[in-house]
Design a protein around this ligand. Structure first.
Ligand SMILES: [Zn+2]
Length: 260
């Protein structure tokens, strides 16, 4: 996996994957305009994305963040001054966590860059205004919920058959509810995602691998959570992956606290 190399995963939809935590940046293109979602992660990655956009003669018309975590609100000065949007709860969280975000990104991006949250604004509703900046509307359906993080937003591009799931429905991460107590919100988030997962041909998780079998991801997460809630354990193969055992133990603890 080479930094900055994009793979077209659906018509006009390209993804590049950063080495760090297998983090995906998605670019959705129409003509010479691009909607960029969750650009990440390091200065090197972001430089490579800027260079690819330039060599492809693409101009960013809109930036979108799926949620307010530090690795999903990044920006590069050369991306320009396109409007950048997140859901109201996601943007509020990112603003509350400004100091924490910089702490997490120390060494990843140059200190002289503007604070990444500076240009991020809250959407009025679940509608992205004029995403390609050409007045010709393409629907982007936003599924806003509080699983994983407040105001977490999945983005469904019906014309492309592509669902950007944010930090849910990953093949390399177990479900991460917002600690300590949002397991019910996470379950509600999966329910909110189900109708678009059923329609999607391709799913891009925030971290992990793109799949052409989106329903398998939803099934895996529901099975895992059901096992942990009903019998306090799970044999989900993701437990063997880097960093997942502590996440699993936390989840067992959260499931125990659920009101019965
Ligand atoms: Zn996250």
């Amino acid at each position: 996996m080479s930094t900055g190399s994009f793979v077209e995963i659906a018509p006009g939809v390209s993804v590049t994957t950063a080495v760090k935590y297998t983090t995906n940046t998605t670019v959705v293109v129409r003509n010479d305009r691009a909607v960029i979602v969750d650009p990440a992660w390091t200065e090197t990655d972001l430089n490579a994305i800027a260079a690819w956009l330039q060599s492809s003669s693409l101009h960013i018309s809109t930036g979108l963040s799926t949620h307010g975590h530090f690795d999903h609100v990044l920006w590069h000065p050369e991306f320009g001054d396109a409007p950048r949007w997140g859901s109201p709860r996601a943007v509020a969280m990112a603003n509350e966590d400004r100091a924490l975000i910089l702490e997490h990104l120390e060494g990843d991006i140059p200190p002289e860059w503007p604070h990444p949250v500076d240009g991020l604004h809250a959407l009025d509703d679940t509608h992205v205004p004029d995403p390609f900046g050409d007045g010709d509307l393409e629907e982007i359906e936003l599924v806003v919920h509080d699983g994983h993080a407040p105001g977490h937003t999945a983005m469904w591009f019906p014309d492309r058959g592509v669902l950007l799931a944010g930090d849910m429905l990953s093949d390399i991460e177990l479900p991460f509810p917002f600690f300590p107590d949002d397991l019910p919100a996470y379950l509600a988030g999966l329910d909110a995602l189900a109708p678009v997962v059923a329609k999607a041909k391709v799913l891009v998780p925030g971290h992990g691998h793109v799949t052409t079998d989106p329903m398998s991801r939803l099934d895996a997460d529901r099975r895992y959570l059901d096992d942990v809630i009903t019998r306090g354990d799970s044999d989900d193969p993701r437990r063997a992956l880097d960093g997942m055992e502590p996440a699993h133990r936390k989840m067992v603890e959260m499931a125990r606290e659920l009101p019965r």
